[in-house]
Design a protein around this ligand. Structure first.
Ligand code: SF4
Ligand code: SF4
Length: 230
């Protein structure tokens, strides 16, 4: 093989005819003297700026209002659950982190307006990447995300949140489900926001079927017209 041919490739070697020249000209004068320590300029300038280190967990800095934290399953103003078990959130999830099983509402066990409710609802926080696609997919605004970010846990099982972990607590004046819908309303009335609270018929039903229900002591009864009955 000829001497000017590269072994393995067989390509002819091209002799560099000109010496190497740096593209950035070397500094001269005071710039050349300070060049070796120029990199410390960033460090030195940062030393005189205010400290931004957050002393977490001793001081908790609230996240931004739209921060994507733990999920929450919301309720209607009368206490019924917004989740209808449609599974759209699970289908939208790119990480396959959501598992939903729906069940039929019955006259004795009505948890959500309409035909069905989410009987089983799990989010696996070992998989979730907090992208928010699931809350965009939810047609009833049942699923939203809170600002809670402290989701570490000692076990893998503990990071699979069940429905009771995700369901929003009863707000002031709500009546715990199950109970019937506001008389004269449909599920559409609920989605439109026409139902503003629990009415007397719902309270009477719970008093008859679950007399020990704690929310009976705190429920705020609204007038049927305000409750959405037509
Ligand atoms: S935030 Fe994203 S990854 Fe997490 S459950 Fe929702 S869709 Fe799945
Ligand atoms: S959270 Fe929303 S999208 Fe998911 S099952 Fe319930 S209603 Fe459907």
């Amino acid at each position: 093989m000829a001497k000017d041919v590269t072994p393995h490739t067989g390509r002819k070697q091209v002799a560099r005819s000109e010496p190497y020249q740096a593209q950035i000209p070397a500094r001269t004068g005071i710039g050349g003297v300070l060049a070796p320590v120029a990199g410390f300029g960033v460090t030195l300038s940062a030393m005189f700026r205010p400290t931004v280190t957050e002393q977490y967990p001793f001081e908790r800095v609230p996240p931004k209002p739209r921060y994507h934290g733990r999920h929450q399953l919301n309720r209607h103003p009368d206490g019924l659950e917004k989740c209808i078990g449609c599974e759209l959130c699970a289908w939208a999830c790119p990480a396959d982190a959501i598992y939903v099983e729906a069940a039929d509402n019955t006259p004795d066990e009505q948890y959500a307006p309409g035909e069905r409710y989410g009987r089983v609802y799990q989010i696996n926080y070992l998989r979730c990447i907090f992208c928010g696609l699931c809350i965009e997919a939810c047609p009833t605004r049942a699923l939203t995300m809170t600002n809670e970010f402290e989701l570490a846990g000692p076990t893998r099982e503990g990071l699979i949140y069940e429905k009771q972990d995700l369901l929003a607590p009863l707000a002031d004046g709500m009546l715990a489900a199950p109970h019937p819908m506001v008389p004269g309303t449909t599920d559409t009335s609920y989605y439109r926001g026409d139902v503003l609270g629990a009415v007397a018929e719902q309270v009477d039903w719970v008093r008859e079927h679950r007399p020990d229900e704690p929310s009976l002591d705190t429920v705020t009864i609204v007038e049927p017209a305000r409750g959405g009955a037509r």
